[in-house]
Design a protein around this ligand. Structure first.
Ligand SMILES: *[C@@H]1O[C@H](CO)[C@@H](O)[C@H](O)[C@H]1NC(C)=O
Ligand SMILES: *[C@@H]1O[C@H](CO)[C@@H](O)[C@H](O)[C@H]1NC(C)=O
Ligand SMILES: *[C@@H]1O[C@H](CO)[C@@H](O)[C@H](O)[C@H]1NC(C)=O
Ligand SMILES: *[C@@H]1O[C@H](CO)[C@@H](O)[C@H](O)[C@H]1NC(C)=O
Ligand SMILES: *[C@@H]1O[C@H](CO)[C@@H](O)[C@H](O)[C@H]1NC(C)=O
Length: 322
């Protein structure tokens, strides 16, 4: 019939193909950049499609897709303290977190360490950053219980102080651990009903206690709201006491500074791996946010198997996994 219908038939698949390319492209970008890029893609397309005067649809789509993935999402930064030389561990944790896609949240996992000390690190770590952009190098000398946590939290407001981005850059910051398995969807679900201010969240120590005010949240992974991060940067209280077990010291800051009026004890959704059993352990069970003390490969494998992490692997002619 007329060439007009043909044109329409041609335009519609083109539009979806371009959209698909845009989505693909944005997935590979840093999350922050991806929205911008997606918006650009769509606007690039709609300026093209304006020529054909049928851009209503694309504008609608664009409006919806940017709404759904920006304003309401919970933004969480998970900082995992590690050492520059722990290349294998970072590789493994990237697999663990890169294969989870939490709904209703934007979660950035970053590896945190102090100043580089060796020549080869300058190349290897730089390559990692070029590929993954998930590393924060603090201005400090490597240490575990001599203020690295303080340096991390108090550096974040400046690192993420981009006036062109949303404020706060993250609603919550979690200090993670490289032997903790976090299930991001469960974490997000548990955070949804909670306040976004003055929140101190985790697995309360001592292990037998269920009272989030006694005494502090375990280093397996504790989370605070962004206002507390800014308070740590500005207050004298953390600077007066930062030596000692970092999780306990953090709890002291909260108590002495009267912070964390909102507290949430995620026990027994967070727990230590069942073997060897102690008062801090729990059996693996479905209602899990975090499993801690995954000190060897066997424990990781058992945990990942229990949670069916690889069950949805797509069939393909390229491989066969029994
Ligand atoms: C969109 O177009 C602008 C200008 O034409 C260009 O700079 C930009 O890279 C394009 N964006 C994408 C994602 O193609
Ligand atoms: C966009 O969202 C509105 C309201 O949420 C909905 O009514 C509309 O159908 C959506 N449009 C598209 C193209 O998904
Ligand atoms: C860390 O490195 C920076 C830049 O190279 C340097 O200015 C700073 O003094 C170093 N800090 C420590 C604690 O060594
Ligand atoms: C953030 O940037 C603004 C403007 O550039 C500056 O005034 C402010 O001091 C910065 N804050 C931090 C914590 O670096
Ligand atoms: C894992 O999959 C099995 C079999 O489908 C199911 O019975 C089990 O409940 C799943 N486990 C979890 C933690 O979802």
């Amino acid at each position: 019939m007329s060439t007009k219908t043909d044109q329409k038939r041609f335009i519609l698949p083109c539009f979806f193909f371009i959209l698909f390319l845009c989505v693909l492209a944005s997935i590979n970008e840093v999350r922050l950049d991806s929205l911008l890029k997606f918006g650009q893609c769509v606007s690039n397309f709609s300026s093209q499609s304006d020529q054909y005067s049928t851009s209503e649809n694309s504008i609608n789509l664009a409006a919806n897709s940017s709404d759904s993935s920006s304003d309401e999402d919970i933004r969480i930064l998970i900082g995992i303290p590690t050492l520059a030389d722990q290349y294998q561990r970072r590789h493994f944790l990237r697999l663990i977190y890169g294969t989870q896609s939490p709904v209703g949240a934007k979660i950035d996992v970053k590896f945190v360490f102090c100043n580089l000390t060796k020549e080869d690190q300058k190349v290897l770590v730089a390559l990692e950053i070029m590929r993954y952009n998930d590393i924060i190098i603090l201005n400090c000398k490597e240490n575990m219980n001599k203020g690295k946590t303080l340096t991390m939290f108090s550096s974040l407001p400046e690192i993420f102080n981009d006036t062109n981005e949303q404020y706060p850059p993250y609603h919550y910051v979690m200090k993670g651990d490289d032997d903790t398995y976090l299930r991001l969807n469960s974490l997000v679900e548990s955070l949804k009903p909670l306040p976004r201010e003055d929140l101190y969240y985790g697995y309360v120590i001592p292990c037998r206690s269920m009272d989030p005010f006694k005494h502090y949240m375990s280093g397996m992974g504790y989370l605070v709201s962004w206002d507390i991060v800014e308070w740590i940067r500005e207050s004298d209280i953390p600077r007066k006491e930062f030596e000692g077990p970092e999780d306990k010291v953090f709890g002291d800051w909260m108590r002495n500074g009267r912070r964390g009026k909102n507290r949430y004890n995620a026990k027994w959704s967070m727990y230590n791996y069942p073997e060897p059993p102690t008062t801090c352990t729990h059996e693996l069970w479905p209602d899990t946010i975090a499993v801690h003390l995954l000190k060897n490969q066997e424990k990781w494998i058992r945990t990942l198997t229990y949670f069916n992490v690889t069950a949805n692997l797509k069939p393909s002619k390229m491989y066969h996994i029994p």
